[in-house]
Ligand binder design. Sequence first.
Ligand code: SF4
Length: 73
Amino acid sequence: MAKIVHYRGKCIGCNSCVEHCPTFWKMDEDGKSTLIDAVDKGQIFVKQVDDAFLEENKKAEKDCPVHIIKVVE
Ligand code: SF4
């Protein structure tokens, strides 16, 4: 299964990932986005993604202005 990696520390809070896939992403109180229910690897967050949400998250990866979302297949 593919996984998403979010280098959250460099998030600028643009909301683009939330717009692409609100099932996986939300904005948080500190102004950064959060990958919902991801595993915290020390400011790097990882979550598996099944086929149903893969394309939405690939778009989020592509459109993140600071390139801190990686979809690994
Ligand atoms: S698209 Fe990138 S910079 Fe924008 S909120 Fe999501 S992770 Fe942060």
